[in-house]
Write a protein that binds this ligand. Structure first.
Ligand SMILES: Cc1cc2nc3c(=O)[nH]c(=O)nc-3n(C[C@H](O)[C@H](O)[C@H](O)COP(=O)(O)O)c2cc1C
Length: 398
């Protein structure tokens, strides 16, 4: 499979700093490193949380839960990347309600019983110098699909085989199979907003110290924003002000339920890459509005609303989105997408194009990528690797 096709398949499958008040406690953009410029290994402080470096693991579905519960796989997946030196580990899209799962095997946080299984994971991550974060999500019209390693990957799971009816802003399918989704009523939309709040409270109880709201990739949040998916003509659809209402309401309600010390991120699909769709200009304006609600960082992804999108996939192809939002709003951003090389990642930070880089597949290939980047860049900070390994590695002695 070529890179572009792989990415589109992943996307199809499931592909800022403030207080509870309107006054953002914005982190100083780009605090300087010893060299005078920030770099990949310059710590980043957002509210009460300091990341040891600017390397984050991008949220990546593991499709390995039963009834939403975390298990040893999730522990090992995150523990390895904490040992490997990343600053922030964002847990995969975690469903705020069972109907918000992409697949029956998605991680969930819709009931209090989920919390205890998450704690050993967050404790280990934190003990080894990384910050545990979580992406809260609702799959919307892309729900009830088979996981990518099922014999019929991404196919709709029939209702009589454990599937469920997807919901969205409009009764409009994303793909060609599966039933027509249910168009949410206003009371149902408000209930989902409240499920995000309850999920955030459970996430905090489970020990997560960064919360990200998933408003990208054609899932429920993004589907309200994008005119390609939202055909409502009421307070949640029509013009820009109506399409951003679910985002603003959810960000406001979640922020209100969080302590001032905990950063709130939002992942946006900053452009739909389709004429007539959501545009980067819309993301800039939406960022200004949610920063006022206490959102601390925009995690800048793209696509997922339409199969017609022409995505210019290539190294760092979404970095310009993060750069523009940061420049035009002053809100910190995260850059993601085909960032694989230490010099490339360092330059994104040093050139002021983003405040954080998020790595997905490269951290699947190599959990120790941060350590390798440290060896390549030779920053004036200790090696980001557990002491149990560091003492045995000559390059960590400086
Ligand atoms: C296996 C896999 C699972 C993913 N799951 C999620 C997810 O849960 N939430 C999300 O926002 N993006 C998800 N993505 C997208 C990644 O977070 C990331 O944005 C994308 O892979 C581009 O970064 P990369 O080129 O470094 O892999 C997933 C990607 C992969 C490869």
């Amino acid at each position: 499979m070529n890179r572009r096709l792989f990415f589109q398949t992943a996307m199809a499958a499931g592909v800022s700093v403030a207080t509870t008040t309107s006054q953002p406690l914005r982190a100083a953009l780009s605090p300087p490193a010893a060299s005078g410029r920030p770099g990949l290994f310059t710590p980043l402080t957002l509210r009460g949380v300091t990341l040891r470096n600017r390397i984050a693991m991008s949220p990546m579905c593991q499709y390995s839960s039963e009834d939403g519960f975390a298990n040893q796989w999730h522990f090992a997946h995150h523990a390895a990347r904490a040992i490997g030196g990343a600053g922030l580990l964002l847990a995969e899209a975690t469903a705020v309600t069972p109907a918000g799962r992409i697949t029956p095997n998605c991680l969930g946080i819709w009931k209090d019983e989920h919390v205890a299984a998450l704690r050993p994971w967050t404790e280990f991550v934190q003990q080894h110098g990384a910050v545990p974060g979580i992406q809260l999500a609702h799959a919307g019209v892309k729900a009830s699909r088979h996981r990518p390693f099922h014999p019929t990957p991404n196919a709709f799971v029939p209702l009589d085989a454990g599937g469920w009816l997807p919901v969205g802003p409009s009764a409009k399918r994303y793909g060609s199979d599966g039933p027509v989704p249910h168009a949410l009523t206003i009371a149902e939309i408000e209930a989902i907003r409240d499920q995000f709040v309850a999920a955030a409270q459970r996430a905090l109880a489970a020990g997560f110290r960064v919360i990200e709201l998933h408003f990208a990739h054609g899932y429920l949040g993004h589907s309200f924003l994008s005119p390609l998916m939202n055909e409502r003509q009421d307070e949640y659809g029509g013009g820009f002000d109506q399409r951003v209402k679910f985002l603003i309401d959810t960000a406001r309600a979640v922020r209100k339920a969080m302590p001032d010390t905990v950063p709130l991120f939002v992942r946006l699909s900053c452009t739909d890459w389709v004429e007539g769709g959501w545009r980067i200009e819309d993301s800039v304006e939406a960022t200004r509005r949610i920063a006022q609600e206490g959102v601390d960082l925009i995690d800048c992804s793209s696509g997922g609303a339409s199969r017609k999108a022409e995505i210019p996939v290539g190294p760092g192809y979404q970095v310009p989105l993060a750069e523009r939002i940061r420049r035009e709003t002053g809100v910190p951003t995260g850059a993601v997408g085909l960032i694989t090389d230490p010099q490339q990642a360092d330059a994104i930070i040093a050139d002021g194009r983003a405040d954080l880089v998020l790595l997905g597949r490269e951290l699947l290939r190599d959990p120790h990528w941060p350590h390798r980047a440290w060896a390549a860049l030779k920053p004036d900070v200790p090696a980001p690797i557990a002491r149990e390994y560091a003492w045995a590695l000559p390059e960590t002695r400086r």
